[in-house]
Design a protein around this ligand. Structure first.
Ligand SMILES: *[C@@H]1O[C@H](CO)[C@@H](O)[C@H](O)[C@H]1NC(C)=O
Length: 361
């Protein structure tokens, strides 16, 4: 290679590794969700659903932050792909002009329903997250000077919203604590969830949100915790749970069509996390995974009976595990989910468009 070639290569590498510098593709990114994307909001709560201790964060530059992962969550990686030079701060610590880049409102154990996750202690339900967002909007109005400027600004931001997992895991399929499982069929339950979800999403719209990425629920019946409890061979996913998740996801995708038809000034998309997940566990070697049915850190059958304990030693080969603990994907799995949400690799990954195009509309 000539000298010029070397210089070009170096420039290419520099450009790639500092690709996050400069203007992001959208001015701000607001995040709503549960432990899959919580980045510290639960640290201040009296809750069993906390991850502000090692080995959580073992592969994250700042160590344990409250993320339920060894490293980055999907929204951390999506923020990088959108060109942000830093992660979006949690609502609990974002102050002043920080909020103009967006805020992460997610809270572990939270659901669409108010009571979801209550056996774990404090949490901020989706309606609580929407209230916190409304409070943030009034601060944005104060910073930018008036409501029209704020509305124009917020209309360019991406809003990613992923709730529902806990409404199954820590509600519908937890008969010792909740009676929804006997009150509703899976179809009826999906309908009540979607109805409540619709109202809260409409509230976000009323407060300026225009670019929505609605993340479907994953295949909860394939989590190490469900495999440990309800799978005979510890490998076959729990069909009863996955089928309830699929009913919810189908309704959510249909809701995207409804919202797009009713609101010509907004764009809603659906992210098929379930499908991306199924693909990872059915073709693990494509992605460098060797273990799909056990957590890297955990206790008991499938490392899934008890979740990763404080100061427990996790597995060494974390890139080879789809799951970090009994419930949560590893950074390696989050990277695949985030990349395919941002830039679809299969037509079924994102509907009707992916996040990269949502940023451009
Ligand atoms: C869309 O509009 C139809 C007809 O007015 C209405 O029945 C439906 O509830 C609306 N859905 C949403 C999500 O706005």
């Amino acid at each position: 290679m000539g000298k010029l070639g070397v210089v070009c290569l170096i420039l290419l590498v520099l450009n790639f590794s500092f690709g996050a510098r400069g203007e992001p593709q959208v001015p701000c990114y607001f995040i709503f969700g549960d432990s899959l994307v919580d980045n510290g909001n639960n640290n201040q709560l009296r809750s069993l659903a906390r991850a502000d201790y090692l080995p959580y964060g073992i592969d994250f530059p700042n160590g344990p932050t409250g993320r339920f992962c060894n490293g980055k969550t999907t929204v951390d990686i999506i923020a990088e792909l959108l060109g942000f030079d830093d992660y979006i701060l949690p609502y609990s610590t974002a102050r002043g002009r920080d909020i103009l880049r967006g805020v992460n409102f997610a809270s572990a154990a939270a659901g669409i329903r108010e009571e979801t996750g209550q056996q774990l202690g404090g949490r901020i339900s989706f309606s609580g997250q929407v209230k916190n967002y409304q409070n943030t909007v009034s601060q944005v109005v104060n910073i930018l000077g008036d409501e029209n400027t704020a509305a124009n600004y917020l209309s360019k931001c991406i809003y990613s919203i992923g709730l529902g997992s806990n409404d199954y895991l820590n509600n519908y399929f937890m008969p010792l604590y909740y009676n929804t499982g006997s009150r509703y069929t899976p179809e009826q339950y999906a309908d009540v969830l979607i109805q409540q979800y619709t109202e809260q999403l409409q509230a976000l719209y009323n407060y300026g949100a225009r670019k929505f990425a609605l993340i479907g629920v994953g295949a909860i019946g394939c989590s190490p915790n469900e495999l440990a409890q309800n799978s005979q061979d510890g490998r076959t996913c729990v069909a009863r749970i996955n089928s309830a998740n699929e009913i919810f996801n189908n309704r959510l995708k249909a809701l995207v069509d409804q919202f797009n038809n009713n609101n010509s000034d907004a764009k809603f998309i659906y992210i098929n996390a379930y499908g991306i997940f199924q693909d990872m566990i059915s073709r693990p070697s494509t992605y460098g995974f060797r273990v799909t049915n056990a957590g890297c850190c955990g206790v008991g059958r499938n490392n899934g009976q008890i979740t990763c304990l404080p100061y427990q030693t996790p597995c060494q080969n974390r890139k080879e595990y789809v799951f970090w603990d009994a419930y949560h994907p590893s950074e390696a799995a989050n990277t695949i989910i985030a990349r395919r949400s941002y830039s679809a690799e299969s037509p079924s990954d994102a509907y009707p468009i992916d996040i990269r195009r949502l940023a451009q509309v």
